[in-house]
Each structure stands twice: as C-alpha cells, then as structure tokens.
Design a protein around this ligand. Structure first.
Ligand code: SF4
Length: 337
C-alpha cells in the first residue's frame, strides 16, 4: 500500500508543464491589464498623481518581465528533465495526486507492506513515482523475503491492479487479492462491459448477454502480451447489438494468463471483507507515521536521505508497536537474545 508524504518542497517551487502554462497565462493577463491602464492614463490630463501612477505601473510591468525571464529559465530545465517536472528545493520530490479529489502533494510515495494481525510494517520503500501500478510484485516479494515465508497472501487496492504485476506475484508464490479498476470504455458508454461475458473454460468460448458463444479466432501480441481474440458471427442479427457494440461484431480479448485475473476477482468475491481489512490495516501505520512526522513530513532532502529518514520512522513505529503488544521487558529481552 502506498501513501504520499510531503517533501521539503513548497508547491510553488515545483513546476510541471500544466503549472508553468497556468503561471505564464496569469502573468500575460496581468501584463494586458496594466498595459490597458497605461493606455487610458495616456488620455488623461498630466498631473503629479498620474505620473506617480504611471511610474508604479511601469515598475509592475518590469517586475513581471523579470518573473517571465525567471520562469522561462525554469521551463527550459523542466522540459529537459526526463519526466518534465522540476522541484527547486528538493529536486527528487515530485508532484503527485492523492486520493482526495483535486488535491496533490509535492513529495514521495512511500510503499509499505503491513501484517494484518499486528499492524507491524514488514517492509517499506520510498519512491518518487506517483503511481502505484508497478509496485505490487516488488513490495510483496520484499515482504515475503523478510518473513522468510514460502507463500504470502497479499491484499492491495485497485491502484495496484496491473496484469503483469499480478503474474509476477503468482510466479513468486504470492496470492494477491485486489479489485479491478473500472476502465471499460464500453461500460462507460452504457454498453455491456467485458464482465457481462462469461468465459467457459471447457469449451474455450465466451457466452455473451444474448446467449451466443464467442469462439476463439486468432492470437496476436500487443505491448508484449499474448492476446486471444473471440467473436461470433451472430452479432449483425442480434436484438441487443445496440447495447453491445458500434462495430460489425463485438470482440472479446483474452490475455494468455487471464485465468489469474479471474482468480483474483473470485478471491475478492469470496472475501468481501478483504478491502475493509486492508484499509484498517494500513490506516494505522500511515496515520501514526504522519502524525509523528508533523505537517511537513520529511525534514531531509533528496531520495537517499529521505529514505533513511523514513527507515528511522518505520523502526520507531515498529518498536512502539511491539512495546504495546508484548511490553517493554519482553522486547528488551528479545533484543538481547
Ligand atoms: S451483439 Fe453479439 S456479442 Fe453482443 S450480445 Fe449480441 S450476439 Fe452477443
């Protein structure tokens, strides 16, 4: 599970393309406004007050011109950076979206694996990648290694749903449970989604909402994935066609490892409490860590130092957790043995 922690980098000292465009547009607007005021001032009778006003406007325009120069220099550096983003105070921190609507932080994405029974942090990692989509196998494998377990059951949120990550977990003997994000364009347009088609493994066909069987047609590769394609020739005569496809027939794609994704969904259906348990499990350490770290979470700058700072916080969290669970004396005795 990941959470965004604030870096020592004010939002105003972080620039993305969109932010830069907004700032420059605002300045352009101000310049136009001041120039307009200068034009009308020109039409007035000269006076001392007017001269002072014009001087003031010219100063403002000069300030804006130097601000544009400063921003253009930052823009150049920003466009040259690999992810077209720049943070001036802590160059490794990144602007990241958070779960709150329209909100974001300039900071780091801290990944943790937490045990559901005692809420101890089994492993953690500090990254400056905003998205969780490629983190699942890495953090789950680390947790499995730390625990010295042969097998691990991991629960994650939908932000981690990524078929190649799920495959990597399966290959590492990690069983994952997580919901699939609803990204189907057809579903969004009010047409049947893929989940409305039932795969029948014994026949290797999909049964559609009209009861037709979509048979296997061909296989191709897309973005490194082997995909099987299914369809039926019944679509043109189907009374449900308008709810199904805008093309000549509805085609269903099946990844060669699709059964793993179906197993994930089945586990979720069989264990509807999983997501609640996950939320409660990670809220505890993240809430405690952020409370202890204060309003600006990190004090250090740059990823290696921030990672060390986080490691100390995690150690402190785990120690106080163990003290609360087993007591101070047994903990000291355990440390000495
Ligand atoms: S359009 Fe084709 S796939 Fe869709 S419900 Fe009708 S027969 Fe089934």
């Amino acid at each position: 599970m990941g959470s965004k922690f604030k870096a020592v980098n004010n939002r105003d000292k972080n620039f993305t393309r969109a932010k830069m465009e907004r700032r420059l547009a605002q300045i352009e607007e101000s310049v136009a406004r001041y120039l307009g005021q200068l034009d009308t001032a020109d039409l007035q009778e000269p006076s001392e007050a007017l001269a002072a006003k014009m001087m003031h406007l010219k100063e403002k325009l000069a300030k804006l011109a130097s601000e544009v120069q400063r921003l253009r220099a930052i823009e150049k550096a920003m466009l040259a950076s690999p992810d077209q983003q720049i943070s001036l105070t802590d160059p490794d921190s990144r602007s990241m979206a958070t779960s709150g609507r329209g909100s974001g932080v300039v900071g780091y994405n801290v990944q943790v694996a937490v045990d559901t029974e005692h809420h101890l942090i089994v492993t953690h990692e500090v990254t400056n990648t905003g998205s969780d989509r490629s983190q699942l196998a890495n953090i789950a494998s680390q947790a499995k290694d730390v625990l010295g377990a042969d097998h691990l059951d991991a629960v994650a949120d939908r932000g981690y749903f990524n078929s190649t990550e799920i495959l990597a977990c399966e290959q590492a003997d990690i069983t994952v449970t997580l919901p699939k994000p609803m990204t189907s364009g057809a579903k969004a347009d009010g047409r049947f989604g893929k989940q409305d088609f039932v795969y029948l493994p014994t026949e290797d066909v999909y049964r559609c909402p009209a009861g037709e069987k979509l048979t296997y047609r061909y296989t191709n590769e897309e973005a490194g994935k082997t995909l099987h394609r299914y369809w039926t020739t019944a679509c043109p005569r189907c009374p449900l066609k308008s709810q199904c496809t805008t093309g000549p027939e509805r085609r269903i794609t099946r990844w060669e490892h699709e059964h793993l994704l179906e197993a994930v969904q089945k586990r979720l259906d069989e264990n509807p409490q999983a997501m609640r348990v996950r939320r409660e499990t990670v809220e505890h350490p993240f809430g405690t860590l952020k409370m202890r770290m204060g309003a600006t979470h990190f004090l250090m700058k740059r990823l290696p130092k921030v990672a060390t700072e986080m490691a100390l916080h995690v150690l402190a969290y785990n120690l106080t957790r163990v003290m609360n669970i087993v007591g101070v004396k047994p903990l000291l005795a355990a440390i000495q043995t």
